[in-house]
Design a protein around this ligand. Structure first.
Ligand code: ZN
Length: 148
């Protein structure tokens, strides 16, 4: 008999920010991993993104939903290049296989995101640098916070 997965609650303000790895971002982005769901392969996190910061090129292997609570974020090149320029408070859905060559923050920003699958970080030629799913996110978070 399998166990029902556990429910969870996180008081976000009580969790310390951790640096998001420099290989995946630039400009001082920090994160808090809020939940991982092995049963559906999802993970949820909140990100603190200073003005001028950005995420490195990646592909959303599964779709993702975000909720921008503060600031301004350019996704897929921003509105001028056919993407989205999100302003707080904003919600967005990124479809399966969405490629984000640069996600850029025009102001000090904060957003929550649920990843329905891994992120594949890529180089300019599209070669895989890393695949970050719930297991890798959880392992990184455990390492950063000294949990095991
Ligand atoms: Zn993205």
């Amino acid at each position: 008999m399998k166990q029902r997965p556990a429910d969870d609650y996180v008081h976000v303000s009580s969790v310390n920010w951790q640096p998001f790895p420099g290989e995946f971002s630039g400009g001082g982005i920090r994160w808090k991993l809020l939940h991982v769901s092995p049963e559906v392969g999802t993970w949820a996190a909140i990100f603190d993104c200073p003005k001028g910061s950005s995420f490195a090129s990646h592909i959303h292997i599964g779709p993702g939903e975000y909720f921008l609570t503060k600031g301004k974020m350019e996704v897929r090149g921003g509105q001028e290049k056919g993407g989205a320029t999100a302003s707080a408070v904003g919600y967005g859905y990124e479809a399966c296989n969405a490629r984000h060559d640069q996600t850029h923050f025009l102001e000090d920003s904060e957003f929550y995101m649920t990843f329905l699958g891994p992120l594949q970080f890529i180089d300019k030629e599209g070669n895989t640098l890393a695949v970050v799913g719930w297991e890798q996110a959880q392992a990184l978070w455990a390492q950063q916070t000294g949990q095991s």
